[in-house]
Design a protein around this ligand. Structure first.
Ligand code: MG
Length: 355
């Protein structure tokens, strides 16, 4: 068992008017205490006591870039208590500048800190191998270590590969048979140490071809052992994706494929456009259709991102305190929307838990 950091003292920002009572009460009932060890039955994610659960959370930004200052216990505590998120996603950037390939030691330190922080705060954490290409041997070493050290904690969820690329659904860099084999290998590695935590498997074409995967889902790992507690990722951005992608997802759900939306947004996919150009604005109408679809199907989702990069999808300005206690001037318009969104879901009542 790893040594966990000490619970830091809870400080309430007086400008914000968040009552101490609010924070103390959520300390007693964290998302992980509420839902326990997650499992997959049919196409549904269930809590430890067997009730369907829909979890809503935020993705951190790439571990090596701006926003990495929020990968700590205090910021995660703030996100749990003030934003009312149920989980965090931690994307370990692999190939690009300062990523895992260049500096694995820093990446390992950062993910360890984030995992310990999530355990400390009772949040689920998706450990996301945020790669552009398959690096099976490295991924095997990485997930082997993570599952060995932390697989006994119900907090951990493994995401094996973010967004396999392609030009069109028929011109792919990684096909489903390739991704399937890659995932079967990694599932076998993780299951050596951790028999039960959820594993999220990538789907081709930027995590979109879930209908294709549903025709040929993973049944056994590379050692021939039957797989369980496996879900498949779907990504959407509301300005870009609509009915056509939902149709693929409906086909997959009808075939019983469990889906987890590990990345989504109200914006489109024009991420390189700075905020002042207003080129990638949220599509509220399209988002609302997606939201209803996820709620109707009890699909968990994760919004992108807790970054400070100058793009519409970022939630924070670079002025934001690394330890949380953010005021509205630290939050971008999307950040303000996100905070309100999670707080509203909390006030309306989360999925029933085991408490
Ligand atoms: Mg486990």
């Amino acid at each position: 068992m790893p040594t966990l950091p000490e619970e830091p003292k809870t400080i309430v920002n007086p400008e914000r008017g968040i009552g101490l009572k609010d924070i103390v009460s959520s300390d007693r009932s964290t998302p992980v205490k509420k839902y326990g060890q997650l499992k997959v039955v049919g196409s549904k994610i269930l809590s430890e006591c067997g009730k369907p659960v829909q979890l809503a959370g935020m993705s951190l930004f790439w571990h090596q870039w701006s926003g990495k200052e929020f990968w700590n216990t205090n910021a995660l505590g703030w996100l749990r208590d003030d934003w009312k998120i149920q989980y965090i996603r931690a994307p370990i950037g692999i190939e690009l500048e300062d990523g895992y390939l260049e500096d694995p030691k820093t990446a390992e330190t950062i993910i360890d800190n984030a995992i310990k922080a999530a355990i400390d705060k009772g949040l689920y954490i998706i450990v996301d191998w945020h790669a552009n290409d398959m690096h099976l041997d490295l991924a095997r070493d990485f997930f082997g270590r993570i599952s060995k050290e932390y697989g006994s904690y119900p907090n951990i969820i493994y995401e094996l590969f973010n967004e396999p690329s392609g030009r069109t659904p028929k011109d792919l860099d990684e096909t489903w048979p390739q991704l399937k084999q890659y995932s079967e290998e990694l599932i076998a590695t993780i299951r050596e140490h951790d028999p039960d935590n959820l594993i999220i498997v990538p789907t081709p074409f930027w995590d979109q071809l879930v209908d294709q995967v549903a025709k040929d889902p993973i049944t056994v790992d590379s050692k021939g052992a039957p797989v369980k507690n496996i879900a498949y990722s779907l990504h959407f951005y509301a300005r870009e994706h609509g009915e056509e992608l939902r149709k693929r997802a409906d086909i997959a759900l009808a075939k019983g494929l469990p889906i987890w939306v590990t990345q989504c947004g109200r914006v489109g996919i024009n991420f390189s456009s700075p905020r002042f150009e207003n080129a990638n604005l949220p599509d509220i109408k399209s988002w609302n259709v997606w939201q209803k679809w996820m709620d109707d199907n009890s699909i968990s989702y994760c919004k992108w991102s807790l970054g400070t990069k100058d793009e519409t999808s970022s939630s924070l300005y670079p002025t934001a305190n690394p330890n949380g206690y953010w005021t509205n001037t630290d939050l971008t318009p999307e950040g303000i929307w996100n905070r309100n969104h999670f707080r509203e879901r909390y006030s309306k009542g989360w999925s029933p838990g085991c408490d």
